[in-house]
Design a protein around this ligand. Structure first.
Ligand SMILES: Cc1cc2nc3c(=O)[nH]c(=O)nc-3n(C[C@H](O)[C@H](O)[C@H](O)COP(=O)(O)O)c2cc1C
Length: 117
C-alpha cells in the first residue's frame, strides 16, 4: 500500500495488479482481495488481472473497483477475445502444455472464430 501511495504521489499513470483470487486457477491467494486498498491508495488508472471472465470484469469496472481488466490466458487462446466478448461467443481454452514454451505453438496458432460464427 505504501508503494501504491508513493507511485501515486509521483504521478505514475497506471498500475496493473495481478491478484489471484482465493480460488484462483493460476495461483491462489490466502487472504481477501487487496485490490480495494490499492484502489484507495492510488489515484491513477488501476488495471486488475487474474482469473477474470467477461462478467466479473464488467462487474468490477462498473462498481468502480478497477478502470480496466487485463486478460492473460483468455487472450492467449482467443486472439479475437474482444470480439468474442462483444458477441457473447464461446471462448477457446488455453493449452497448459504449451505455456512458456519456446516456439510458436501455443502463442500464435489459436484460431479466431470465422466471421459468420
Ligand atoms: C503462457 C503465459 C505467458 C505469460 N507471460 C507473461 C509475461 O511475459 N509477462 C507478464 O507480466 N505476465 C505474463 N503472464 C501472466 C499473465 O499476464 C496473467 O497475469 C496471468 O495469466 C493471470 O491472468 P489470467 O487469469 O487472465 O490468465 C503469462 C501467462 C501465461 C499463461
Amino acid at each position: 500500500m505504501a508503494a501504491a501511495e508513493a507511485l501515486s504521489a509521483i504521478g505514475i499513470a497506471h498500475l496493473e495488479l495481478r491478484e489471484p483470487p482465493l480460488d484462483g486457477s493460476f495461483g491462489a491467494s490466502d487472504r481477501p482481495p487487496f485490490a480495494p486498498a490499492i484502489r484507495s491508495a492510488f489515484n491513477g488508472v488501476l488495471i486488475l488481472n487474474s482469473d477474470y471472465d467477461f462478467d466479473r470484469a464488467r462487474t468490477d469496472v462498473a462498481s468502480g473497483g478497477a478502470d480496466a481488466i487485463a486478460f492473460g490466458r483468455p487472450f492467449i487462446a482467443n486472439p479475437d477475445l474482444p470480439t468474442r466478448f462483444a458477441k457473447g461467443q464461446t471462448l477457446a481454452e488455453d493449452n497448459f502444455g504449451t505455456w512458456f514454451t519456446q516456439g510458436e505453438e501455443g502463442y500464435i496458432d489459436y484460431e479466431p472464430l470465422q466471421r459468420n460464427e
